[in-house]
Ligand binder design. Structure first.
Ligand SMILES: NC(=O)c1ccc[n+]([C@@H]2O[C@H](COP(=O)([O-])OP(=O)(O)OC[C@H]3O[C@@H](n4cnc5c(N)ncnc54)[C@H](O)[C@@H]3O)[C@@H](O)[C@H]2O)c1
Length: 281
């Protein structure tokens, strides 16, 4: 059985661990925070038990899938993974530290992937001795529902690495689309300015939270309004990505709204903290 390593058991790491485990991979889920690992495991188990209740899966599948996931707090345990996907917070320094460590721990040739939403894959790869085997695999939230995985090659990524990564995306029953390694790639370069503009509209009193979301949902036929979506993504992630666009392109059109900064400073991060533009139970 192929071994899929994941660094970071937060929102994305948890759901990608679930996806990999149900698609037959043996998952090595690593986090520096043991509590996060336990939370990830119980999130996956609770979700699977709900599926049993709905009749979507057999009871036996719960043990089968969760049995494919092993929790680790020692990065050395990733040394026998066939591929590792990093899912730590959206900060270049943090990601580079992880890649330096992975480069030391994992044998040469093992693909080191990043789930970054916006940071240069080339910059992340540059701290390793194998930039040819480093690639961006941008899974979307919620992982189960979203079909797209943006694949981003850095300057040195080989076609061989790209093809291997694309095969894995297909095994996960997702649709791979290649984007160039520029800030925000394609998806967030287009999505985040829309979210940021919706926050500016709120900040300037041009509309209410509900009004802004309703206009966009009904106006362009999307299932969630931009503020609702920002709450789901996490306002800290939205701010980090918008800052990468702003700094990466050096263009004032991407400047993050001060209201977004205030929400993040207050700890109002959206669904994950219970409060963002909406209140969440
Ligand atoms: N949230 C989204 O909607 C979304 C969507 C697509 C991509 N992403 C990207 O996925 C990545 C992770 O985002 P998230 O929302 O899951 O973050 P999160 O804050 O929910 O989780 C991050 C996890 O990383 C762990 N961590 C931090 N430093 C670590 C280290 N050095 N080693 C091991 N673990 C470490 C934390 O303990 C935490 O469990 C980011 O790059 C983000 O841009 C997020």
């Amino acid at each position: 059985m192929k071994k899929f390593g994941i660094v970071g058991a937060g929102l994305m790491g948890t759901d990608i661990a679930h996806l990999a485990a149900e698609n037959g991979f043996s998952v090595i889920l690593y986090d520096i925070d043991e509590l996060q690992l336990k939370k990830a495991y119980s999130t996956i188990t609770d979700r699977l038990n709900r599926y049993v209740g709905f009749g979507r899966i057999e009871q036996s599948a719960v043990a089968e899938i969760t049995g494919n996931i092993k929790l680790h707090t020692n990065i050395e345990d990733l040394n026998n993974a066939d591929i590792v996907l990093e899912c730590v917070p959206e900060e270049l320094g943090k990601k580079q530290d992880v890649f330096r460590a992975l480069d030391r721990v994992c044998p040469g040739g093992v693909i080191l992937a990043t789930n970054t939403s916006s940071i240069s894959v080339t910059a992340i790869a540059s701290v390793t001795k194998r930039p040819d085997s480093v690639i961006g695999l941008h899974f979307l939230n919620p992982v189960r529902a979203m079909k797209l995985v943006e694949i981003v090659c850095g300057m040195a990524t080989t076609r061989e690495t790209f093809e291997s990564a694309r095969e894995i995306v297909k095994i996960f029953k997702k649709i791979p689309v290649e984007s160039k390694d520029y800030p925000g790639f394609l998806l967030n370069r287009i999505l985040m300015p829309m979210i940021n503009e919706a926050i500016y509209a709120l900040y300037e009193g041009a509309g209410t939270v509900e009004g802004i979301d309703r206009v966009m949902k009904l106006g362009i036929n999307i299932p969630m309004g931009p503020l609702e979506l920002a709450d789901m993504i996490g306002l800290d992630v939205c701010l980090a990505v918008t800052e990468h666009l702003y700094n990466g392109f050096g263009d004032s059109k991407y400047r993050p709204c001060p209201l977004l900064k205030n929400y993040v400073a207050a700890g109002y991060l959206g669904r994950k903290s219970g409060r963002g533009f909406y209140h969440h139970n």
